[in-house]
Design a protein around this ligand. Structure first.
Ligand code: HEC
Ligand code: HEC
Length: 289
């Protein structure tokens, strides 16, 4: 993780020369101030038409083995090619991108400093630098971490009750586990979307509409939720698990199909989810956008 390479990747991440039109970059959709999401149900395509999926946050992906909601990219280097080449995303072509960057003396120097062994500006070095940057994105510590570290006063009574629901009756921890709050597996949790998800990619089970368990770090700032952006708030997510899901045979066996939660319990669970974010605990952020 050479610092020069991460810095170069950060520049490229916001560089519109990587797009065909010269008007889009990774940061058009992955906005830093929104935990690298865009606040839209589904990402906006080049012609203004929504793409098929919601823009995910980009935290802690260095520990994620498979990228994208369906896990179709085996590495962050392979992943980075996707949006650059997709006509409806950035619509870039490598010859043009390389030509534009080579005309920039600062860029030529930055590539030399980052890749002493292979200093040429190329698809390989561009995607390596982007991947290094994405790999460097680690979610900030939150009040929950403070509590885990032994500060027993860090969480309120409601937040602690929420944690108990998360790890107990709610069964959330069966999939959202470890410090990133994900098992890195793919599940069908009964959303209404007809997206085939992992069922349509190599390594998936054909017909099984499974999606990657997202990390819950900073989730307060990444609404709307799910691969299709169909749930506008954390309260809507909790309502989904508490009986609003489509009960079909493919549903993940670890999901609690009989989960009933009182209004108080729902509020406690949302209060707990908010402790996984570094944002100040104001209620406003969970309102629909
Ligand atoms: C048009 C909006 C858009 C642009 C531009 C865009 N992305 Fe994304 N990004 C998305 C969407 C939508 C997904 C989810 C797609 C899917 O899962 O099929 C995604 C997924 C990802 C993922 C996978 C995250 C995970 O949890 O698996 C990474 C990493 C990523 N993008 C990085 C980038 C980089 C690097 C660039 C620039 C080269 C970029 N994105 C450009 C919208 C965008
Ligand atoms: C069977 C595994 C499983 C269980 C159990 C589970 N989840 Fe999830 N969770 C997922 C998957 C998979 C997704 C993404 C689904 C999709 O988009 O198709 C998800 C998505 C989410 C999201 C949206 C995150 C985002 O960035 O879009 C939140 C919030 C969430 N779950 C919270 C919970 C809570 C709270 C519980 C307990 C009541 C719970 N989950 C139980 C697997 C699970």
């Amino acid at each position: 993780m050479a610092p020069e390479r991460i810095a170069l990747g950060a520049k490229l991440f916001a560089d519109q020369r990587l797009s065909g039109s010269g008007r889009r970059s990774c940061a058009s959709c992955h906005r830093r101030e929104r935990a690298f999401t865009d606040g839209r149900r589904r990402a906006e395509g080049a012609t203004g038409k929504p793409l098929r999926r919601n823009t995910p946050a980009l935290w802690n992906l260095a520990w994620s083995k498979q990228q994208f909601w369906d896990g179709r990219a085996p590495s962050l280097e392979v992943q980075a090619r996707g949006p650059i080449e997709a006509p409806e995303e950035m619509g870039g072509d490598w010859a043009t991108i390389v030509r534009r960057l080579e005309a920039d003396a600062g860029m030529v120097m930055a590539f030399r400093a980052s890749f002493p062994e292979e200093p040429a500006i190329s698809q390989a070095t561009i995607t390596k630098a982007l991947a290094s940057y994405v790999r460097s994105l680690v979610s900030p510590p939150t009040r929950f971490d403070d509590w885990i570290a032994g500060n027993t006063g860090a969480l309120s009574a409601a937040e602690l009750r929420g944690f108990q629901l998360f790890t107990g009756k709610g069964g959330c921890v069966l999939c959202h586990n470890g410090w990133r709050f994900t098992d890195d597996h793919f599940h069908d949790i009964g959303l209404r979307s007809t997206d085939p998800g992992r069922g349509a990619v190599a390594g998936g089970t054909p017909g099984l509409r499974a999606f990657k368990t997202p990390s819950l770090r900073e989730a307060v700032r990444t609404a709307p939720y799910m691969h299709d952006g169909s749930l506008p708030t954390l309260a809507a997510v909790v309502a989904h698990y508490a009986g609003r899901f489509v009960a079909r045979p493919a549903l993940a066996p670890t999901m609690n199909k009989n989960l009933r939660l009182s209004p108080h319990e729902r509020a406690d669970l949302v209060a707990f989810l908010r402790t996984l974010s570094s944002e100040a605990p104001d209620r406003g952020a969970d309102r629909p956008h």
